[in-house]
Ligand binder design. Structure first.
Ligand code: DGL
Length: 268
């Protein structure tokens, strides 16, 4: 691994771009290689074995591109495949997930609060946040709700309209999320509707996403391994397993008009 090697980031679709943007802002000298597995989206409703198979294939590409770090910018893949990927990648690259930085953030800044969480079925059913947070915050109970309609809605660009308003209000009014002080967005797609979520709560609930905590923890990791790139990086690259115009639009929105988006089939 060398300082100038790129950082590989992947998600099922556009959600991981929220994390990639924060990484770029925190580490402007780093070159990013982003992969959105749009062919297999949504991950949140897939089996663990399927998500593991997709993740391994994506890691093959990112390793071939010489990435020094693989950042799993997807909660569902972090749940299903983090341990496997760490083993698979071994000493060829560092591996980081989106769950641990959010858990550390919650245990530092949300003491004595009623914490709610929304995420995909895969993430919520795993109970991983509950387990990790209660380890750090002595038995704290997390109120979690799976919100599977949100990812397809966001990928379709169905946001900031009547339909998204109704779906979001419906989910956030469910008894599972009653009387919370803070809400963790345990899916990297959800920051794209964070404003609608804030509007629902009229800013009475603190809504937290993982993008900045993840970028910070990546920065600390690279610093500790003396792997921060000191000179300006080469151009970022973006790949999708199934090209869609809406993915291209979102990527441009996050990274500017000049980005290069290429198709790459995981199984050719
Ligand atoms: N953005 C992802 C997550 O954080 C994946 C969502 C999905 O594909 O279902 O879980």
């Amino acid at each position: 691994m060398k300082k100038e090697d790129p950082i590989g980031i992947f998600d099922s679709g556009i959600g991981g771009l929220t994390v990639a943007r924060s990484v770029k802002d925190a580490l402007p000298n780093e070159q990013l290689i982003y992969f959105g597995d749009t062919e297999h989206l949504p991950y949140g409703d897939k089996s663990t074995a399927a998500i593991q198979a997709f993740s391994v294939k994506i890691c093959d590409l990112l390793l071939k591109k010489g990435c020094k770090v693989i950042l799993i910018a997807c909660n569902s893949a972090s749940v299903a495949a983090y341990d496997l990927i760490k083993e698979y990648v071994a000493s060829k690259a560092l591996v980081i997930n989106v769950i641990d930085p959010m858990v550390n953030y919650a245990s530092e800044y949300l003491k004595d609060q009623n914490i709610g969480l929304i995420g995909t079925r895969q993430t919520v059913a795993s109970g991983v946040y509950q387990e990790k947070i209660s380890e750090k915050m002595n038995g704290l109970k997390l109120q979690a709700l799976a919100t599977p309609l949100l990812v397809p809605m966001i990928e379709e660009g169905f946001v900031f309209n009547n339909i998204s308003h109704d779906i979001i209000s419906n989910y956030l009014s469910m008894p599972e999320l009653k009387d919370i002080d803070a809400l963790l967005l345990a899916c990297t797609h959800y920051p794209l509707i964070q404003k609608e979520i804030n509007d629902f709560y009229k800013s009475n609930v603190k809504v937290i996403n993982s993008a900045d905590p993840v970028a910070l923890s990546l920065k600390n990791l690279l610093e500790s391994k003396s792997l921060l790139n000191e000179s300006p990086a080469d151009e970022d690259s973006f790949y999708v397993s199934d090209y869609t115009a809406s993915f291209e639009r979102s990527t441009k929105l996050f990274f500017g008009e000049k980005i290069k988006l290429e198709s790459y089939r995981l199984w050719s």
